[in-house]
Design a binder for this molecule. Structure first.
Ligand code: NOJ
Length: 562
C-alpha cells in the first residue's frame, strides 16, 4: 500500500519485534539438508506464538552460494535449494495473515560474478554492461600490480585480475562478489527497479547489506597503510553515499509503506544523525557494531569482555537525538553466539534471560536471531575441517602458510567464527535436531538433545517462554518506546544499571554480568518511590525495590511511581 502520512511510517517499526531467519539453517522441508521456504512456512505459527511482528530474512535469491546467498546471481527469483517464487508468495501471505511483516535482505554493494550483468561486463571493454562494475588496469611494470592497495574484507587484495580483458575488477568481499559501480546511473536505476519489484509483490522493507560501502572516492586512491585491512576511508560513507541513498529512497522506499534498516559499518554516534535522521529521507534505521567489539579486535581477534566498554557504547547510542532510531541486537549470522561471550555457560539460562532484559528495555527495535530465543551456543571443540564459512576457511588457509600461527587461529576461530551462529536450528531432540531428515549442510551442535525448541516450549521457565513474556510486555509499552534513558552506577564492575522514564513512571533495570554475587544499593533519588517488580530471571528477587544481594547474572526490572 502507498504511504499516507510520513509520520506514521516510523511508528510502525518502532513497535516491532524482529526475528532474523538465516534460511539455509532454519528448517528443511524436503530432506536435502538445506533449510527452505516451505520449512519457514511450517514454522510461522511458532513465530507468531513467540510474539514477533516482523521477520528479517537473510538472502533467498538465486545464488551460487560462495557466501551463502550474499552473492546474488538473479535478484528476481528464489534460490533453487530454497524453493520457488510461488513458495515465497505462500510464505509472505502466511506471514501477513499472522500480522508479521517481511523485510528482505538487499545485497547491492556487489552481485555474484555469475550474475548476467557481470558475465556481460567481463566479456569485453566495450560491452554495455562494462561500466556496471569497477574495472581498472593493473599498476607497475607490465601492469602486474593491483590498481590500489585496498584489501578485501574476506582477506587478500580487493582486486582480481581477469584475463579476458587484461584488467582488474574490484571486490570488497570475495572474488565471486564483484562490487557494483554506483556512479553509473543505470546501476542505481536497476537497484530501484529491484526494490520496486519486491514491493509490488508485497515485501515490507529491506535490510541493506554493507550499504555504507556503495560510494567510492573518485580515482580510487590508495588507503592509509594498515597491515590487516586497507582502504576503508576511501569508501565507508563515501562522497556520494547520501545522494545515492536519497535517490533510492525517492525512487523506491518512500513510495511504499516500507521500512529500511542499513548495515551500518563505520557509523558512529557522531555521524548517525546524518545517516538516519527522519528528515533526510534516506534510511529509517541502522545496525551498528561497536558493541560487538567489547570482546574483540577487528571482529576476529578475541579479547576479554569489557563490561565498561559495553555499557559506554550502549549508553552512547541510547542518547541519539529523537529524530533517530536504534536497532537493538546482540546476535546475527556474522557473530558467534552471545553464549558464552557475555556470561558463563554453566549459567546459560540466567545469562540468556539477563541479556534479554538488558537489551529489550532499551529504546529501539529489538531483533532476535534464530536460536537466540532458546539459548543456542557456540560449538565446543569445532575442528578446522568443520568450518564451512568462507571467512573461516580463508583465515585458516592463511595460517597454513605460517604453521606456527595455526594454534592461534584455531583458538581465535573457536571464539569468533561466524560458523557458530549458522549451525542448524535445534527444533527437537530427534535426529539432526529435527532440522532435516537428510544430511545437514553443516554440522548440528551436539548439544541439541538438551537445547531445543520442543524442550523449551514444555518448560515454563525456559528462555523461550521468557522471550515470549518480554515480547508481549514490550508491545505498545510507551515507557520502553519513548522514555528517556539514563545510565546509573557506571563505575560498578559487575552491574549494568539504567532507568527509563516517562511522565511519573520509571523502569529501573539492573543486570549482573558477573558469575559472582554482587550487592545493589538503591540510588538515593529512587529510594522513596513506590515500586513493584516487573520481571526477573530469579524467583527470589524481592517484590519491592530494596538494597539487595544480587545472584550470578541476576537481572530485574522495577516499575517506580513518582
Ligand atoms: C554482511 C553480511 O551480513 C555478511 O554475511 C556478508 O558476508 C557480507 N555483508 C557481504 O555481503
Amino acid at each position: 500500500s502507498l504511504v499516507g502520512s510520513e509520520m506514521c511510517i516510523r511508528d510502525r517499526y518502532k513497535d516491532a519485534v524482529f526475528y532474523q531467519i538465516y534460511p539455509r539453517s532454519f528448517c528443511d522441508s524436503n530432506g536435502d539438508g538445506i533449510g527452505d521456504i516451505q520449512g519457514i512456512i511450517s514454522k510461522l505459527d511458532y513465530l507468531k506464538d513467540l510474539g514477533v511482528t516482523a521477520v528479517w530474512l537473510s538472502p533467498c535469491y538465486k545464488s551460487p552460494n560462495d557466501d551463502n546467498g550474499y552473492d546474488i546471481s538473479n535478484y528476481r527469483d528464489i534460490m533453487d535449494e530454497f524453493g520457488t517464487l510461488d513458495d515465497w508468495k505462500e510464505m509472505i501471505d502466511g506471514m501477513h495473515q499472522r500480522g508479521i511483516k517481511l523485510v528482505m535482505d538487499l545485497v547491492v554493494n556487489h552481485t555474484s560474478d555469475e550474475h548476467e550483468w557481470f558475465k556481460q561486463s567481463r566479456s569485453s571493454k566495450d560491452n554495455p554492461y562494462r561500466d556496471y562494475y569497477i574495472w581498472r588496469p593493473g599498476r607497475g611494470k607490465n601492469g602486474k600490480k593491483p590498481p590500489n592497495n585496498w584489501s578485501s574484507r574476506f582477506s587478500g587484495s580487493a582486486w582480481e585480475y581477469d584475463e579476458t580483458t587484461n584488467e582488474y575488477y574490484l571486490h570488497l568481499f570475495s572474488k565471486k562478489q564483484p562490487d557494483l559501480n554506483w556512479d553509473n546511473p543505470k546501476v542505481r536505476q536497476e537497484v530501484a527497479d529491484i526494490c520496486n519489484y519486491w514491493f509490488e509483490l508485497g515485501v515490507d522493507g529491506f535490510r541493506c547489506d554493507v550499504i555504507t560501502y556503495i560510494s567510492k572516492t573518485e580515482g580510487l586512491p590508495n588507503g592509509k597503510f594498515n597491515p590487516i585491512i586497507c582502504g576503508d576511508e576511501q569508501f565507508v560513507i563515501g562522497p556520494h553515499y547520501h545522494e545515492y541513498i536519497h535517490e533510492l529512497n525517492q525512487k523506491a522506499f518512500s513510495k511504499y509503506d516500507s521500512m529500511t534498516v542499513g548495515e551500518g559499518q563505520g557509523i558512529t554516534v557522531s555521524n548517525a544523525e546524518s545517516i538516519v535522521a527522519e528528515d533526510r529521507e534516506e534510511l529509517d534505521c541502522i545496525f551498528t557494531f561497536e558493541h560487538q567489539e567489547a570482546d574483540a579486535f577487528m571482529t576476529v581477534i578475541p579479547k576479554k569482555f569489557s563490561l565498561k566498554k559495553w555499557k559506554t557504547i550502549f549508553s552512547s547510542w541510547q542518547a541519539l537525538p529523537d529524530n533517530c532510531w536504534n536497532s537493538l541486537f546482540i546476535e546475527n549470522h556474522d557473530y558467534p553466539r552471545s553464549l558464552p561471550r557475555y556470561g558463563k555457560l554453566e549459567y546459560r539460562k540466567y545469562v540468556a534471560k539477563m541479556l534479554a532484559i538488558c537489551i529489550n528495555f532499551m529504546k529501539g527495535t529489538p531483533y532476535i536471531y534464530q536460536g537466540q530465543e532458546i539459548g543456542m551456543t557456540n560449538i565446543a571443540g569445532f575442528k578446522p575441517k568443520d568450518y564451512v564459512d568462507i571467512v573461516s576457511k580463508n583465515i585458516y588457509k592463511i595460517a597454513k602458510f605460517f604453521p606456527p600461527l595455526i594454534p592461534v587461529v584455531v583458538w581465535a576461530l573457536q571464539k569468533r567464527a561466524r560458523d557458530h551462529a549458522r549451525t542448524p536450528m535445534q527444533w527437537n531432540a530427534e535426529k539432526n535436531a529435527g532440522f532435516t531428515s537428510g544430511t545437514p549442510w553443516m554440522m548440528v551442535n551436539p548439544n541439541y538433545k538438551k537445547i531445543n525448541v520442543e524442550e523449551a516450549l514444555a518448560d515454563e521457565d525456559s528462555i523461550l517462554n521468557f522471550y515470549k513474556k518480554i515480547n508481549k510486555f514490550r508491545l505498545g509499552n510507551k515507557i520502553i518506546k519513548e522514555g528517556s534513558y539514563t545510565e546509573l552506577l557506571h563505575d560498578n564492575k559487575k552491574l549494568f544499571v539504567y532507568k527509563r522514564e516517562l511522565g511519573d513512571k520509571i523502569y529501573l533495570v539492573v543486570c549482573s554480568y558477573s558469575s559472582k554475587c554482587a550487592t545493589f544499593k538503591v540510588p538515593e533519588e529512587l529510594k522513596d518511590l513506590k515500586s513493584s517488580l516487573v520481571i526477573s530471571n530469579y524467583q527470589s528477587t524481592p517484590a519491592v525495590l530494596q538494597n539487595t544481594k544480587i545472584l550470578p547474572y541476576e537481572a530485574f526490572v522495577y516499575e517506580l511511581t513518582k
